[in-house]
Ligand binder design. Structure first.
Ligand code: DAH
Length: 339
């Protein structure tokens, strides 16, 4: 039995020497010290040992038991602290790691320009009115003096839903809606989306306009020019000049195309103004008395001016953007330039 015990000690030292995990060590503990472990069985056998020898064997077995426990405990401690270190390493935060930041959004250039234009006119005493994108032909055309045989009414130039309901082709319909309801003075700007079946570098099937309307006693073309000049100086720069060219719109008489001196070359000529020194920006005029009467306003008492600005056009002119499609592609590299 004494030999046996010496062997047990050697065995245990051997088996814990290269132990890898806490689980393996537990198995060894059970093998020796478990309920039917090797040492436990020897202790159970003690009752069969000759009574004089019993104290000696008992002591020997107890010492061995302590020896095994101590050795297992030492290795256990090592394994546990190794595991703790590994865990800490895997859970630790690397403070030198470069931070992941969410990209900051920004308003789309068209929204920025729209807001800017609206704010300038609010500063000039205008208020904001909106209207439906799905519009009656009555407001989009009839009240605005666009007769049934006017070329703009051809089906190819508009998106129709029924014979008398369509996607509006211009924000001018809002002025008719407002004039029908309100008595002058009326001083409004009307932003909104409009739709036409065109698509190329300078046309899009959907684009935005801002309509302006001022109706009161003795409003004239001179008031229009003064107001648009103030607008242009604020929107571009204070040296911007405004030029009126005669034009035709059914809802204004006289009608004008409004050009601004080129913001990029200041009139010298460049790619943006196609070497003319001028940029076409908007259509405008004195409200046709027929339109006033159509909307229930006495044209012998009141007069007005109106204008329509294309927001995409204004954005392209302001930032020198050559192709309208760039504004709708949502290419982040392009949009980031407007942050
Ligand atoms: N509605 C016109 C268009 O879509 C723009 C316009 C021109 C509006 C002259 C007006 C105006 O109010 O007086 O091209």
């Amino acid at each position: 039995m004494i030999n046996n015990i010496a062997e047990i000690k050697d065995d245990i030292l051997m088996s814990i020497k290269d132990i890898e995990s806490v689980e393996q060590l537990q198995t060894i503990r059970v093998k020796y010290l478990g309920r039917s472990g090797i040492l436990t069985n020897l202790l159970k056998d003690l009752k069969n040992v000759n009574p004089q020898d019993r104290p000696l064997y008992g002591k020997l077995l107890n010492d061995t038991q302590r020896f095994i426990e101590q050795n297992i405990d030492t290795v256990m401690e090592k394994l546990l602290s190794r595991d703790k270190l590994l865990r800490e390493k895997s859970e630790s935060i690397d403070v030198s790691f470069s931070k992941i930041t969410a990209k900051r959004g920004a308003l789309h250039p068209l929204t920025k320009v729209k807001n800017e234009i609206i704010n300038i006119f609010i500063g000039l005493g205008f208020s904001v009115e909106e209207g439906p994108e799905i519009e009656y032909t009555k407001y989009n055309f009839e009240l605005l003096n666009i007769a049934a045989d006017h070329p703009a009414r051809a089906f190819a130039d508009s998106f129709y839903i029924t014979n008398d309901i369509m996607l509006r082709t211009q924000t001018s319909g809002i002025q008719a809606r407002v004039m029908e309801k309100q008595t002058p003075p009326i001083k409004i700007v009307c932003p909104g989306k409009v739709y036409r079946p065109d698509a190329d570098a300078t046309h899009s099937p959907m684009f935005q306009q801002i309509e302006g309307l001022y109706v009161d006693k003795s409003v004239s073309l001179a008031d229009l020019k003064y107001t648009l000049e103030l607008f242009a100086k604020e929107f571009f720069d204070k040296d911007t000049k405004v030029r009126f060219r005669p034009s035709y719109f059914p809802f204004t008489e006289p009608s004008v195309e409004v050009d601004l001196s080129c913001a990029m070359c200041h009139g010298k000529g460049c790619f943006l103004c196609k070497n003319t020194g001028w940029l076409e920006l908007l259509g405008a005029g004195v409200v046709n008395p027929i339109v006033l009467e159509n909307c229930g306003i006495d044209s012998t008492v009141y007069s007005g001016y109106a204008f329509g600005i294309g927001i995409e056009r204004a954005t392209m002119v302001k930032y020198g953007i050559p192709d309208m499609r760039l504004l709708f592609e949502n290419d982040i590299r392009m949009l980031e330039q407007f942050k």
